[in-house]
Design a protein around this ligand. Structure first.
Ligand SMILES: *Cc1c(COP(=O)(O)O)cnc(C)c1O
Length: 220
């Protein structure tokens, strides 16, 4: 199926309150153009350099989501245009985003990444760290706005475990919303697990291979 058909099929499946992020990492600009022509405007990338290169040549009404792990020293390269940073996993990073956003007179929207997976390799904050940021640390950072949480489930075939991890994140989200009503976005779900994520309360799914096909990280 074509990129356009994949996007249309997804839009038919997704509830109205769920935003589709087309994860275009490693894919050529032509593939993004095809998605754009199908009406897609939210795109997700996991490398700042690649996102900037694509931003430079594609239409300016695209909303760019940084979904990968962000190195503090690279925030400056996306501060001018990034729409939403999903993977904020430290106060230090939030402080740097605030500083770079101020240079452009912007308020950059961010999601705090919570570590929900049963894997050492996943990044993220724990519930206490999220609480500390939302209750007081955020007050010193006028150029960032924390608008939600993001999480990645363990890479496993165990559907019950994935569901449990998403449910845990949703419970944290509900709790944090009480102290920080700006939280409106719950970014969880990828090609393999977005249906479960939606059932557990996701409002934003990040889908790559189910739109663009498998990724080839080592093109010949
Ligand atoms: C690559 C990536 C995705 C998309 O993965 P697919 O399985 O191709 O849908 C979603 N979220 C993050 C953080 C990613 O790095």
């Amino acid at each position: 199926m074509s990129i356009q058909e994949n996007i249309q099929n997804l839009h038919e499946q997704l509830p109205e309150n769920v935003t589709l992020i087309a994860v275009s990492k490693t894919k050529p600009v032509e593939a993004l153009k095809e998605a754009y022509q199908a009406g897609q405007r939210h795109f997700g990338e996991n490398k700042i350099q690649e996102m900037s290169d694509k931003y430079a040549v594609l239409p300016k009404d695209i909303l760019w989501h940084m979904i990968g792990h962000v190195q503090t020293n690279k925030v400056k390269y996306m501060a001018e245009f990034v729409h939403l940073i999903h993977g904020v996993d430290s106060l230090r990073l939030l402080q740097e985003i605030n500083k770079q956003a101020a240079r452009y007179n912007r308020v950059i929207h961010c999601l705090l990444q919570k570590d929900i997976a049963d894997e050492e390799t996943k990044f993220g904050l724990n519930a206490d760290e999220i609480t500390a940021i939302l209750t007081h640390q955020i007050q010193a950072l006028p150029n960032v706005k924390v608008v939600g949480l993001m999480g990645m489930a363990t890479f496993t075939d165990d559907q019950a475990q994935i569901r449990q991890e998403f449910a845990t994140l949703k419970a944290t989200f509900n709790q944090m919303q009480i102290i920080h009503p700006d939280l409106q976005i719950l970014s969880m779900g990828m090609s393999g697990d977005y249906q479960i994520a939606i059932e557990e309360g996701s409002t934003m799914v990040r889908i790559g291979s189910a739109i663009f096909g498998e990724r080839n990280y080592n093109p010949a």
